[in-house]
Design a protein. Structure first.
Length: 397
């Protein structure tokens, strides 16, 4: 019995000592361990990464880590090549360079349509890009309705010759009416004169182009039936082109719409062509916050850049890579404490070479991340489960 009581007392003593030890050394809830190579690994005691078997890195949570800030370890900063710089006043360039595409001038495009129903017997032009002169033959059409109108014209002409002066019927008026129908359905004066001269209607009729230009659309093939009003071809006059460039909404206020724009053609040894801004799209794409401007230039047929001159001025500037832009706006990462970073929203302006103007959101002296911004974005999304942009007030920008 004495032995049994001794064992019970010893067990209770050991339990009391163990509980007292736990109270004296509680686990710190603000400390966790993660892997610099595999940040998805989270543990609450030291050890090795189960993926790469590297020693886990000790990380201390901060108040900022629970809100809109993120804290990185020394290894993460080194592996992510994260660099910072202090924002200061600089001079932004006086030139805005925009990537542009060349398109044909919609104001100088035209369509040639069928004026009557029938079957296409022959096409004189069969390839996109072919140049069509005004008055050139386009297609031969077989049309019962048109052939009947030809016969009606010949019959009226024959009756006029036979009964001229012997009746009160005004054959001149009837003949003019029959002729107008032929002209309305696409025949030319020369074709009507040829019909009158030969006195015989051909089964097919040749139709001629009413405009000049390069074929941009050709959806008809020989043997196809066309209805009245069907488009045969679409033509574009390429003597002048549109250089259409994309520009961020924040840059629109800095563009002088009355100034001369320079369109640069890189495939022609940076050949430059002068033009004027003829159109600024009033509709803004809500997803990209990008607008479109259009400059009319003589045709040289190559990809282009649009260069817009603006007054040079002093302002806050950053490297372009420091700014993250998407459909909601622009953000940068600033350093708020040692190894602690926060995303802030900014309003951007002009771009020149590798610099971008910051109109609002930053002040002189802010320490800004200029390299490794997308790594910070990814780490924030992983740890917080949301994007840095979600916490910003879009109405104030």
């Amino acid at each position: 019995m004495t032995m049994r009581y001794t064992l019970i007392i010893a067990t209770v003593f050991l339990l009391l000592v163990s509980c007292k030890g736990e109270k004296e050394a509680p686990q710190d809830p603000d400390i966790y361990y993660t892997c610099s190579m595999d940040p998805q690994v989270i543990a609450y005691k030291p050890g090795k990464c189960p993926i790469c078997h590297m020693e886990l890195t000790k990380v201390k949570k901060t108040n900022g880590d629970m809100k809109d800030e993120i804290q990185l370890s020394d290894q993460q900063i080194q592996l992510g090549n994260i660099m910072t710089d202090t924002i200061r006043t600089g001079t932004i360039g006086d030139q805005l360079v925009l990537t542009a595409t060349l398109n044909f001038d919609q104001m100088k495009s035209s369509s040639v349509s069928s004026r009557i129903m029938g079957r296409i017997e022959k096409l004189y032009f069969k390839n996109l890009g072919d140049y069509v002169k005004k008055g050139s033959p386009l297609y031969d059409l077989y049309s019962e309705e048109l052939n009947n109108a030809k016969q009606e014209y010949l019959l009226t002409l024959d009756k006029k010759k036979t009964f001229s002066g012997e009746t009160v019927i005004d054959f001149d008026q009837l003949l003019q009416s029959a002729k107008n129908k032929l002209l309305l359905w696409g025949m030319t004066e020369a074709q009507v004169e040829e019909l009158e001269k030969n006195g015989k209607a051909a089964p097919v009729t040749t139709f001629y182009s009413t405009a000049a230009g390069y074929i941009t659309t050709l959806d008809i093939r020989e043997g196809d039936y066309v209805m009245e009003g069907s488009t045969i071809i679409k033509l574009a006059d390429l003597s002048s082109l549109w250089a259409e460039a994309q520009v961020y909404t924040s840059q629109l206020a800095d563009i002088d719409r009355s100034s001369i724009a320079t369109v640069q053609l890189p495939d022609f040894d940076d050949k430059e062509i002068k033009g004027r801004i003829e159109f600024v799209n009033p509709e803004i794409n809500p997803d990209t916050r990008i607008n479109l401007i259009r400059v009319s230039i003589p045709n040289s047929g190559m990809p282009a850049y649009v260069l817009l001159k603006n007054p040079q001025r002093k302002t806050l500037t950053l490297p372009i890579d420091a700014v993250i832009r998407d459909g909601k706006g622009a953000t940068v990462w600033i350093q708020t404490a040692d190894k602690t970073f926060k995303s802030v929203m900014v309003q951007t302006g002009l771009e020149s070479d590798d610099r971008i103007e910051i109109k609002s959101g930053l002040t002189i002296g802010d320490i800004v991340v200029i390299r490794g911004t997308y790594l910070l974005n990814s780490e924030f999304i992983f740890k917080k489960g949301t994007t840095p942009m979600s916490g910003h007030d879009m109405k104030n920008m």
